[in-house]
Write a protein that binds this ligand. Structure first.
Ligand code: FAS
Ligand code: PHB
Length: 395
């Protein structure tokens, strides 16, 4: 097989990249080891930044998003049982976020790629990457894999490692090339999908002495709620009634407000870490999305950062194929990392402010409350949160 850009991973990074390359007339092949159904049903992120929404709409894959997405012009912080709204429209000149599940984005992009004759191969196995280090000018990069048991090789000009945190691309780089920056948090999130109308129009981030809680949603009928838990929490210790009981305590408000419960459709525990590798490229291999970085979900940034990476990569590849110049490709990692580290900072800050840490004391708890008090009483502080939450400019 032969193509211009070989893409490993059919998550948001891989699919948006393939779609953007297609719009530039650049061929790509996407190789995904899971089934199409698995990838399109995997419950992950739910908040799209303004820039992500604009990109999907402007590039012709935002029709269902426009119809079904929930546009939010604000978010709520709840602490001391009192609720404070951060008004995005006022603080960011009209920007918003849209609630639209990641797996819906993946569905829309997969449909669009296949409808355009794009090559997205699911359930490939034994993927490996070769000749990407640019040392041997005669042999082009290659991706070897099995499809229906048959060994195949995809020869390409460039390889995009969009295969997530557990993929094979990052580990394929030679020893000594990558520097890793890592912080593992001493807690996780227990998340549920519930068949219950969300009890708030907009998201509620709650700081509570028993731990963080978040009320989010997927539709006017489906709630998505999280509570801080131990990082190695066994979900079997959390029957539905106990989850709802804890959410009722942590989300309680002094104003007249009730958290409506309902059947739990899905529940799971996610660990939390901040992770970055530098550089995000080597030879003709480019890492994008979770393959290169992980953020704690408190800032709702993971998916959006993946999209930001591949916007930069698609532009660099388009410039190369139209002019032969490699300067944007050479600057890919540096360009992405400027935004990656600012998003890492914001996600770390939101996480540190809203969660209870076992090794912190009464001073720290008062400091966290002061941070929340400052955020909700200073326009400048609120504007900083708002501009990060709706999404920083691409560059
Ligand atoms: P992805 O992991 O989405 O995609 C990588 C793809 O590569 C996968 O489909 C995988 O099957 C495939 N792959 C892996 N190895 C391969 C191989 N060897 N060969 C071929 N294919 C291979 N972010 C938020 O903003 N909010 C959230 O609430 C949130 N919740 C999350 C919950 C969980 C459990 C997890 C794991 C992540 C969550 N995230 C959240 C972050 C998440 O949304 C990611 O940031 C986003 O999926 C990044 O997209 P990709 O970089 O495309 O990686
Ligand atoms: C979600 O709806 O899944 C969600 C929302 C906001 C976050 C994290 C997850 O910060």
């Amino acid at each position: 097989m032969r193509t211009q850009v070989g893409i490993i991973g059919a998550g948001p990074a891989g699919l948006v990249l393939s779609h953007l390359l297609h719009l530039h007339g650049i061929e790509s092949v996407v190789l995904e080891n899971r089934s199409r159904q698995y990838v399109q049903e995997r419950v992950r992120a739910g908040v799209l930044e303004q820039g992500t929404v604009d990109l999907l709409k402007e590039t012709g894959v935002g029709e269902r998003l426009q119809r079904e997405g929930l546009v939010h012009y604000g978010v709520n912080l709840r602490f001391g049982r009192r609720t404070h709204r951060i008004d995005f429209a006022d603080l960011t000149g009209g920007k918003a976020v849209t609630i639209y599940a990641q797996h819906e984005v993946v569905k829309d992009l997969t449909d669009a790629r296949l409808a355009a004759g794009g090559q997205v191969h699911f359930e490939v196995a034994d993927t490996s990457i070769h000749n990407f280090d640019n040392s041997n000018r005669t042999s082009k990069p290659a991706i070897r894999f099995r499809k229906d048991g048959e060994p195949l090789e995809l020869v390409c000009d460039f390889v995009a490692g969009c295969d997530g945190y557990h993929g094979i691309c990052r580990p394929s780089l030679p020893e000594g090339i990558l520097t890793t920056f890592d912080r593992v948090y001493p807690f996780g999130w227990l998340g549920i999908l519930a068949e219950a109308p969300p009890s708030s129009e907009e998201l509620i981030y709650a700081y509570h002495e028993r731990g963080f809680a978040l009320l989010s949603m997927r539709s006017p009928h489906i709630g998505r709620l999280y509570l801080q838990c131990r990082p190695d929490e066994d979900i079997l210790n959390w029957p539905d009634a106990k989850i709802w009981q804890e959410l009722q305590v942590r989300l309680a408000a002094e104003e007249k407000w009730k958290l409506v419960e309902g059947p739990v459709l899905q529940k799971g525990v996610t660990g939390m870490r901040s992770f970055v590798v530098e550089p995000m490229q080597y030879g003709n291999l480019f890492l994008a999305g979770d393959a290169a970085h992980i953020v704690p979900p408190t800032g709702a940034k993971g998916l959006n950062l993946a999209v930001a990476d591949v916007r930069i990569l698609a532009r660099a590849l388009a410039d190369f194929y139209s002019t032969g110049r490699r300067d944007l490709l050479h600057a890919y990692s540096e360009t992405c990392l400027r935004r990656v580290w600012k998003v890492q900072r914001f996600s770390w800050w939101m996480t540190s402010m809203l969660h209870r840490f076992d090794n912190e004391n009464a001073f720290d708890h008062r400091r966290q409350l002061a941070e929340l008090d400052y955020l909700t009483s200073s326009r400048a502080a609120a504007q900083s949160l708002a501009e990060n939450y709706v999404g920083l400019p691409l560059e």
